[in-house]
Design a binder for this molecule. Sequence first.
Ligand SMILES: [Mn+2]
Length: 318
Amino acid sequence: MSLIKDLDSILTGMNSVAIGGHIRPDGDCVGSTLATYNYLKKYYPNIEVKLFLQPIQDYFRFLNLSSDITWDLSEDKVFDLFIVLDCGDADRLGDSKKYLEKARHTACIDHHVSNSGFADLEFIYPEASSTCELVYELMDKSKVDKDIAECLYVGMVHDTGVFQYSCTSKKTMCYAGELMDKGIDYSKIVNDTFFAKTFNENRALGHALDKSRLYLDGKVVSSVFYLSEMEEYGIKPSELDSVVSNLLRTKGVEVSIFMYEVAPGELKVSTRSKGKVNVAELCMRHGGGGHERAAGCSCRKSYEDGLNEFLDELREQI
Ligand SMILES: [Mn+2]
């Protein structure tokens, strides 16, 4: 295992490179892989490069060369180098892992605390806000053009909750400022990829907030959404992603809980904390997991019974 000095140094002598990220790619995963892909396409035209990712959200499609992303894994190819980005575990690559296993060289650029160290070349810093921050650090900054800057900015915005979460550092802000200098439409990027919602999503969010109730002297807020309501509002469960963080904005609240039905009799539980309560521990006791301030699990009881269990456990901590 050795440390990556810069991106250019690991590309010299390579004829074929594969780039991959985690399954169900988020903004940082899409941004870091596409930034690297654009860099190779522009400055290393002689390298054959492939970018393997599962289908991405429509709002990331404005990024340059996003249409080159493929999940066609039928070719039996041995790449000179496989670059893994924003992925702490080889299994989270999904089926593209087979190219990693056969590649002559492997590199990993990542910021997950849990990274198991599976590549020959590494650049892993859990304190970094995003993988995009690390990718920018490894690139020759004079070669970062507007297309690459847009990709990197998307990743930083998404993994910091628009520069809000505690992972945001002075360095993050400095890098973001340098990317703004490349002429990107930073305001549009934030709105279109992070805040914008469909009309139905917004109406459903309003309904979920309207149904919310306070518990434990106003320290916990909770709401629920059933399949019948999703049908009524014309939305999918994945379009309720922002409800739980919106609930947490309630003044005086320490923990927000949002449950939504994913199949008859099965609720998905999503929790957020402002910091006093470790919701990862709470969800782990119910077979789930996550981070201290954002975690989830499943519930096969009624909403009322499930919520009462959580409240009993939270009562001691709050
Ligand atoms: Mn990330």
